[in-house]
Design a protein around this ligand. Structure first.
Ligand code: HEM
Length: 242
């Protein structure tokens, strides 16, 4: 078990990660409201949100989860002894999943679209869809965070009457592997996204390409894409993506 002094340092670290997580999300919330940018500036604005999200927010989340794990394994609070700790875990992991599937893809999508010069065109419904999603998602997360802070201060619902107590080793193996696997997935996703964004696309010399239909395929995670390009008189006449 951690001594008093170590627990104080743990609390400082926990709070620093929370502050940086909340700060990152609120910065994105303010940036998304900036109006009227032309294409190049828009990319810089979106890229700033991208860096804030994939750098600050994601890694602060890992920090909060890791410090939460240390609290659950190496302090008297434990993982399943108190209802408020269990409630914190459920909310923290739900909010983590929510951030991953809601504002995360929207920010990545907006950055990719503005990078490709497809925004801020008014016919780019996908872009405007993404942009409209980020504010509400961050507001939902903030409300959950306020409930989390309230739970921490009031520590409600008392202690659980446990039929059996989980040993420290079991808790560490169970929760530790979940944390390690999710962090590994997160880092891998980030890495994949970066390498896809920096993919070099060469321009073929169409004057040397005979007419015909050319097929290519690529895979990303569990998705597979097949592309068919039709070349006619040295021009690409049609591209089909499936
Ligand atoms: C991963 C799940 C989490 C666990 C297991 C956890 C657990 C804990 C514990 C045991 C403390 C020390 C309480 C005390 O000694 O009085 C603490 C402090 C704190 N936690 Fe968490 N936490 C988690 C996630 C979060 C999240 C996501 C937030 C914020 C949105 C948060 C906000 C705070 C705050 C503000 C404190 C300091 C409270 C004080 O000093 O009274 N925690 N946490």
């Amino acid at each position: 078990m951690l001594e008093k002094k170590a627990r104080r340092w743990l609390k400082i670290t926990h709070i620093v990660f929370i502050a940086s997580l909340v700060g990152g999300l609120l910065s994105i919330f303010m940036i998304i409201r900036l109006p009227g940018f032309a294409q190049r500036e828009l990319f810089v604005i979106n890229y700033s949100m991208y860096i804030l999200f994939n750098g600050v927010v994601t890694f602060s989340f890992y920090g909060v989860i890791c410090t939460g794990l240390i609290y659950s394994v190496f302090t008297h609070w434990a993982l399943s002894k108190h209802w408020w700790i269990m409630a914190k875990w459920v909310r923290t992991l739900s909010v983590f999943a929510l951030v991953w599937i809601w504002p995360g893809p929207a920010i990545n999508g907006m950055t990719a679209l503005s990078d490709a010069g497809l925004a801020p065109r008014s016919d780019q419904f996908l872009y405007h869809d993404y942009a409209g999603n980020i504010g509400p998602a961050i507001l939902v997360v903030m409300v959950i965070f306020i409930t989390l802070i309230t739970i921490t201060i009031f520590k409600p619902w008392g202690q659980r009457t446990q039929a059996y107590a989980l040993g420290r080793g079991t808790i560490l193996i169970l929760t530790g592997s979940v944390v390690v696997v999710s962090i590994a997935f997160g880092i891998r996703g980030d890495y994949d996204l970066e390498s896809d964004r920096n993919l070099e696309i060469s321009s073929p010399d169409l004057t040397r390409i005979p007419d015909g239909v050319y097929r290519g395929s690529a895979g990303y995670a569990e998705f597979g894409y097949v592309v068919k390009a039709k070349v006619n008189k040295h021009h690409i006449e049609n591209i089909e993506v499936r």
